[in-house]
Ligand binder design. Structure first.
Ligand SMILES: [Ca+2]
Ligand SMILES: [Ca+2]
Ligand SMILES: [Ca+2]
Length: 210
């Protein structure tokens, strides 16, 4: 009974010490926890872009051209069965890529299990995408939730409008080398706005990387 206040006193002091240590740890560790998360997001975004590249390769091996970035169907056989609505000019590049890759496994890529499928501009094709089993005009986002931009062979000089979740649309331009040649020239370019969610800054991630 006599040492009760003493025990209570110790407990309070201990509690205060523990709280200060925890606070200090949080201050010291938070930046590294955040940067670990950012590196994980960057790696995950690159993995997503590599999966899309695999799909592009399968598509072009079969069809002889890379998936267009404007939802326009260049070959007669595909055009005969693809009747898509005109687009709202938002997220069009990546929507076009997803739509072309989602026609069949033999000339595309099954993206149905991708955790990054989204539809930030809430549009639809008017016809179902066979592999995705939806009419929604879906796009693929990076690990921060921002839709990727996809520039086709003929669309490298055309800026695209990309819609972040819950925010105003942004403009995306294909990343270029110092000599002005776009990364992936003659093929395609995938672009992520990176950690800051803005296109055209140093943290952007592209595929190919140069
Ligand atoms: Ca759209
Ligand atoms: Ca969409
Ligand atoms: Ca950026």
């Amino acid at each position: 009974m006599t040492n009760r206040p003493l025990v209570a006193g110790f407990t309070l002091i201990e509690l205060l010490i523990v709280i200060s240590i925890l606070g200090l740890l949080a201050v010291v560790l938070m930046p590294s926890i955040l940067s670990t998360q950012d590196s994980a997001n960057a790696a995950s975004t690159e993995a997503t872009m590599m999966q899309l590249e695999t799909g592009c390769r399968t598509f072009t091996n079969r069809r002889g051209y890379y998936p267009p970035d404007d939802l326009k169907v260049p070959d007669a056989e595909l055009a005969a069965r693809l009747k898509w609505k005109p687009d709202n000019n938002k997220n069009t590049g990546i929507e076009s890529l997803v739509a072309f890759l989602s026609q069949g496994r033999e000339d595309g890529e099954d993206l149905s299990s991708s955790p990054n499928l989204t539809n930030t501009d809430h549009d639809d094709h008017g016809a179902e995408l066979p592999l995705l089993h939806t009419k929604e005009r879906k796009e693929i986002a990076d690990a921060w939730g921002m839709p990727l931009a996809y520039f086709g062979k003929f669309g490298m000089d055309k800026p695209q409008t990309v819609v972040p979740p819950e925010l105003d649309p942004l403009m995306a331009r294909a990343k270029k080398r110092e000599d002005g040649v776009p990364f992936g020239a003659g093929k395609f370019q995938l672009l992520s706005a990176g950690k800051d969610g803005v296109f055209g800054t140093a943290d952007d991630l592209s595929w190919p990387k140069n």
